[in-house]
Design a protein around this ligand. Structure first.
Ligand code: FBP
Length: 275
């Protein structure tokens, strides 16, 4: 396995991946609350924040927009993905080849595996091909490890999420993205069984600043190496502010209270300056 220092998508061995594949995975409904977020340029601009170690998008957005951002954004090529209109057993089309992603300048690939789906075997074989091609191109490998489908009763139980985390190690990911299993102990179990693989927490649907930051803080203390987040950033009117706070928690080991105090003091000094 590549050492964490060699991974271009980490900083100080930690990762804050901004995910923006929701136009494919969920559809434009995810942009309804903040209509500007439907414009990829808006979110590419957010991805230039110092805290963001990689920006995960599908091929279409990378082709159309990444050339204008290549100096300021680290590209993570999300190779597979499926629309929310698909009604079959969980599966994910491979929309992008590793070679093409490498040509576009991607530093890492991202790949979803739905363990427990009737399509798990084919998805694991597709992951193998992508993982080996990524190694040939010296690219990092991030697995979105999301157990779901007929084999699963509860896709966020402690044992399921620990299994999801372990699958990343077993199949050769550098970073495995898992859903938060609901408690510090369950998160710690998932991190403990991941070996050298880094575990990052998936953001999930939008919550309050405090609730979200506290969950991230708990995950970090339980052994996570960071976060891969979408809606909790781009569904906010001021995504930069939350990224400032996340930077404190993920890279500076600060608490939620410290991070929130920092944001509010920056805000009030900006208010004073503008008066
Ligand atoms: P969020 O933080 O918005 O959940 O984004 C992370 C992500 O993994 C995206 O990459 C993906 O589009 C979405 O979640 C998938 O969510 P779900 O599996 O719940 O449909």
């Amino acid at each position: 396995m590549r050492s964490a220092n060699e991974l271009q998508v980490t900083r100080d061995e930690k990762a804050l991946i901004l995910a923006y594949d929701h136009g494919l995975e969920h559809g434009p409904v995810d942009f309804a609350d903040v209509p500007a977020s439907a414009d990829p340029e808006t979110v590419f601009d957010v991805a230039t924040h110092d805290a963001v170690t990689a920006f995960a998008v599908q091929k279409g957005l990378a082709e159309a927009y990444y050339p204008s951002y290549e100096d300021d954004v680290t590209l993570l090529a999300k190779l597979n993905g499926t629309s929310n209109m698909w009604r079959g057993e969980p599966d994910s089309a491979v929309n992008w080849s590793v070679e093409n992603a490498a040509d576009l300048g991607a530093e890492a690939i991202g790949f979803t595996l739905y363990g427990g789906s009737n399509n798990e075997v084919e998805m694991a074989e597709e992951f193998r091909d992508a993982q080996e091609a990524a190694r040939d191109h010296d690219m990092g490998v991030v697995m979105w490890s999301y157990p779901r489908g007929q084999g699963l009763k509860n896709d966020t139980s402690a044992s399921t999420i620990a299994y999801a985390s372990r699958l990343g190690l077993e199949l050769g990911a550098d970073i495995t993205k898992i859903k938060y299993p609901g408690s510090a102990d369950a998160m710690q179990w998932a991190c403990d069984v991941a070996g050298n693989t880094k575990v990052v927490m998936s953001g999930g649907s939008k919550t309050s600043d405090r609730e979200f930051l506290e969950t991230v803080e708990t995950a970090m203390k339980a052994g996570a190496s960071g976060l891969a987040v979408g809606r909790n950033i781009f569904q906010r009117e001021n995504p930069t502010e939350l990224l400032d706070a996340l930077e404190q928690i993920i890279f500076e080991d600060k608490t939620t209270d410290e991070a929130l105090t920092m944001i509010s003091s920056v805000k009030s000094s900006a208010d004073v300056t503008s008066h």
